[in-house]
Structures are given as structure tokens and as C-alpha cells.
Design a protein around this ligand. Structure first.
Ligand code: ADP
Ligand code: MG
Length: 222
């Protein structure tokens, strides 16, 4: 068991953005969450990554309660174990694409210099970004920034990737590159939990949940 979610609820005033959700994600799983805008998908992922706190319920990573982690343990979990891709990705404006991809290395050094270099080359190649490696974020399209954020989330080889509409800004060709990259990482053991409107990404998943009004109302695939 890798991630366990028990009766998770996030309430804003009298509105439950996430309403008593329970599910498990095991090591190596590929889980997709689909659902209309406003159904609570981003709120759920923000809870799972510790960006916001639940009103009730619990989240456990490897049987450790997220709410019981110290600030430093939470920071370590985020830096080492959780790859995160946000719905609206931001890069550091005065760093090149390559420097942005390598930014997480500042917070955790999991690998040698050579190994990071090799991983960065691999990701640039797979996402067709070699020619923009020295560009600055302001010189790039939303799709290119999204691809850089994807590469950044994978540079530390996290055991789990949590992604919020990671291909939302991509054309079909680039979305296909991301789809193939995620499949290959999943085959090598990466656990993936993503929110998507991209049916190609969703159908690669082993499990698809449909979210509606803060709840998982249906398991489409299991
Ligand atoms: P999705 O990602 O599925 O489009 P969100 O999780 O972003 O949905 O939002 C779910 C609902 O929660 C929406 O109705 C949204 O307006 C509401 N919501 C999200 N964040 C807040 C907040 N900080 N305060 C109040 N309401 C919020
Ligand atoms: Mg959202």
C-alpha cells in the first residue's frame, strides 16, 4: 500500500468541494480521475500533496498520516517522493528551461551529477525539448512550459507522480509524447495519479474514477 485516503472531506463554508472520498493507490498503479469542472479534482490533489489541509478524514503515505508529518518531513516527502504537476504550471522566469527542469535537485540530491545530466537529456529528448533547453520561460508557449514542468516533476525519479491535467495545454502530438513517457515510467514502477480530460491518458490508466460534486460517483474501470 502506498497511498490510502479515508473519508476525505474539504469544506468551504457550507460547501463540500471534496465530500468523503476513500480510495487506495498501490505501488505501480495508474489511476486517472475524470469529471466536470468544479467537481473538486484540483482540491483533491491539493489535499493529497499537502498544499491544503482537509476538514476531516485522513491521507496516509506508506501508513504514515500526512497530517502528522512535521514541516520538514512534509517538505522531504514533496521533494523526494512526490512528483507534482500543477494545472497551471509555473517556471522560475529567470532560469532557462534546462535549469528549471534541474531545479528540484537543489532541494534533494538523490543522484550523482552525471546521473542528473543523463536524466535531463533523456527527458529533453523524450519531450522534444532539446532545441529549447536554453530558452527562458517567457520565450515559450504554454504547452512548452507544461512539458518543462512535466520533466521537472520526473527529474528526481519520484515513486509517485500526482498530476493535474498535465496535457491540458498540449496539442495531440505533444500529448502523445507525454502519454508514451508516462506509460514507460509506469512500466518501470512509477505510481501515477492524474486528473485529466485527455481520454488517451485516461484510458492508459488501470483505474478510472469519475468525480462529481466532490465524490467519486462511479468506477469506470477497475
Ligand atoms: P475542478 O478541479 O474539478 O475543476 P476544484 O477543485 O478547482 O474543481 O473546485 C471545486 C469547487 O470548490 C469549485 O466549486 C470551487 O469554486 C470550489 N473551491 C475551490 N477552492 C476554493 C476555495 N479556496 N474557497 C472556496 N471555494 C473553493
Ligand atoms: Mg481543476
Amino acid at each position: 500500500m502506498m497511498l490510502k485516503v479515508n473519508n476525505l472531506t474539504k469544506q468551504y463554508k457550507d460547501f463540500k468541494a471534496v465530500n468523503s472520498i476513500s480510495f487506495d493507490v498501490n505501488a505501480g498503479d495508474y489511476v486517472a480521475i475524470i469529471g466536470p469542472s468544479g467537481s473538486g479534482k484540483t482540491t483533491l490533489l491539493s489535499l493529497l500533496t499537502g498544499l491544503i489541509s482537509p476538514s476531516s478524514g485522513e491521507i496516509l503515505y506508506d501508513n504514515k498520516k500526512l497530517s502528522h508529518l512535521s514541516r520538514s518531513a512534509l517538505a522531504k516527502l514533496r521533494a523526494r517522493d512526490l512528483g507534482m504537476i500543477f494545472q497551471f504550471s509555473e517556471l522560475v522566469p529567470n532560469l532557462t528551461i534546462e535549469e528549471n527542469i534541474l531545479l528540484p535537485v537543489i532541494f534533494t540530491r538523490k543522484f550523482s551529477e552525471e546521473e542528473y545530466h543523463r536524466k535531463c537529456e533523456f527527458l529533453l529528448e523524450r519531450l522534444d525539448m532539446k532545441d529549447i533547453r536554453h530558452a527562458l520561460p517567457r520565450e515559450l508557449s504554454g504547452g512548452q512550459i507544461q512539458k518543462a514542468a512535466i520533466a521537472r516533476s520526473l527529474i528526481n525519479d519520484p515513486p509517485i507522480l500526482v498530476a493535474d491535467e498535465p496535457s491540458g495545454d498540449l496539442d495531440p502530438e505533444n500529448s502523445n509524447l507525454v502519454q508514451m513517457l508516462f506509460m514507460d515510467y509506469n512500466k518501470m514502477g512509477l505510481t501515477i495519479l492524474l486528473v485529466t480530460h485527455d481520454m488517451n491518458l485516461a484510458f492508459d490508466a488501470k483505474t478510472i474514477y469519475e468525480m462529481k460534486n466532490g465524490s467519486f460517483n462511479q468506477v469506470i474501470k477497475s
